[in-house]
Ligand binder design. Sequence first.
Ligand code: 13P
Ligand code: ZN
Length: 275
Amino acid sequence: MKITDIPVMNDYIRMCADGWDQGWHERNGGNLTYRMRPEEVDQCRPFFKETPGDWVDMGVQADNLKGEYFLSTGSGKYFRNVPLAPQDNLCLLEIDGEGKRWRIVWGLEQGGRPTSEFPSHFLNHSVRKAATKGENRVIYHAHPANLIAMTYLLPLTARDFTRALWQSATECPVVFPGGVGVVPWMVPGGADIALATSKLMKEYDAAVWAHHGLFASGPDFDTTFGLMHTIEKAAQIYLLALSAGGGKLRQTIEDNDLRAIAKEFGVTLREEFLD
Ligand code: 13P
Ligand code: ZN
């Protein structure tokens, strides 16, 4: 029995491989974290290091994540390498009793630390856990090219991005009826971008980082990967249509069409984003 035989590890590694296959993770781009269930922690416990790593302050704090365990990709590690050597590219982190420090209890065997975006992941986990009554477990950051390209074309507002994406594929209003948030360009990797993103994630389950990428959240790997995939595909359609049409669209999904989709599929669209 290896730690990678544990279903949650296997599913996590598969998601890393799927993200690499989509082309969203050049070099060390992107990161993935998962808040473990207690029974999953117990399954992994026999594989923990004899001596855990040192406690490291995160620069952010969350009461509702005290004592939790997270799987995380390593900073500077390549998604491409995760399936080949999970023990060198991933880690399992324990959060301290004050909700402000982590320590490594498994993984990163050649050294290293969790993703530089761990403060953003951590605060997003905190607000999504609260917003979903504990259901949310996955935070995923990727660098999907079409969505990033859109951040050079549209005003950087949640309304502009949400409308453009909803109008680009009929399933979009069903998959993210609450829309997407937009964070203006900021220096990545620290507490400032973490706070700005988590403010938006109180309301949205995905947030665009201008000229950088996307944060997506969800209860499980499939839903979260599917959200990233749906948003990026809509962005691709948006750019294909605009470029093929020389910057002009002949027709689109109108606001009353969006309302009709919402009615049929039983979802509530963010009304202030409709005309
Ligand atoms: P890490 O290698 O530290 O995870 O950083 C990658 C990234 O995408 C930063 O935003
Ligand atoms: Zn990034």
